[in-house]
Design a protein around this ligand. Structure first.
Ligand code: ADP
Length: 176
């Protein structure tokens, strides 16, 4: 599914975040230490190779809601933007912290004059954020931030399962 806000296309697809070869920066749902682990971070670090963690060590630790950028190493993307999402029920206010991840990642990509960015559903795996609420926050933040972006032309949400995609499509239609 796709929509446009001015010159920006917002997309929502099922797929693997590590296989988005037409995208300048993919977003990692990272941990504070920017270390390889499970979920998205594990998949990204595996495909990128050990050079990614070497670069990450100098930038860690990061705060909840913060975003930092590295190169993509063995990934098909020139850049990775690492965000620390809130742990649901623990880091508060969780909605604001999750929105900060999306906002700060978009701002960072735009400052670097990148054309395209792809996000996984941050915090909805190990961190336990309910998928529907998280989807609404992601899309509302895209809608709020898009008019402020100078360089980004594609914002893609990549969902890892059919069920997560369906929840996102409902939220997408609600927001856009
Ligand atoms: P968090 O710790 O922020 O919850 P996770 O990595 O556990 O991060 O999960 C975030 C979301 O990413 C979950 O919805 C999970 O299903 C999804 N996911 C896991 N692997 C991938 C992948 N390779 N590409 C896209 N999404 C993925």
């Amino acid at each position: 599914m796709k929509t446009t806000i001015g010159p920006i296309t917002i997309e929502c697809f099922e797929g693997d975040i590590t296989s988005q070869s037409d995208i300048d920066a993919i977003v990692n749902a990272a941990n504070a230490h920017l270390a390889p682990g499970g979920g998205v971070a594990g998949a990204i670090h595996r495909k990128a190779g050990p050079g990614l963690y070497e670069e990450c060590k100098a930038l860690a630790p990061i705060q909840t809601g913060e975003a930092v950028i590295t190169s993509g190493h063995g990934l098909p993307n020139p850049f990775v933007i690492h965000c620390l999402g809130p742990v649901y029920g623990i880091d508060k206010p969780e909605a604001k912290l999750l929105a900060n991840c999306y906002r700060n990642a978009l701002k960072l990509a735009d400052e670097k004059k990148l054309n395209s960015i792809a996000f996984p559903a941050i915090s909805t795996g190990i961190f336990g954020y309910p998928i529907t609420e998280a989807a609404l926050i992601a899309f509302r933040t895209f809608a709020e931030e898009s008019p402020k972006l100078q360089h980004i032309r594609t914002i893609r949400m990549v969902l890892f399962s059919e069920k997560d995609l369906q929840e996102h499509l409902k939220a997408f239609q609600q927001v856009f």
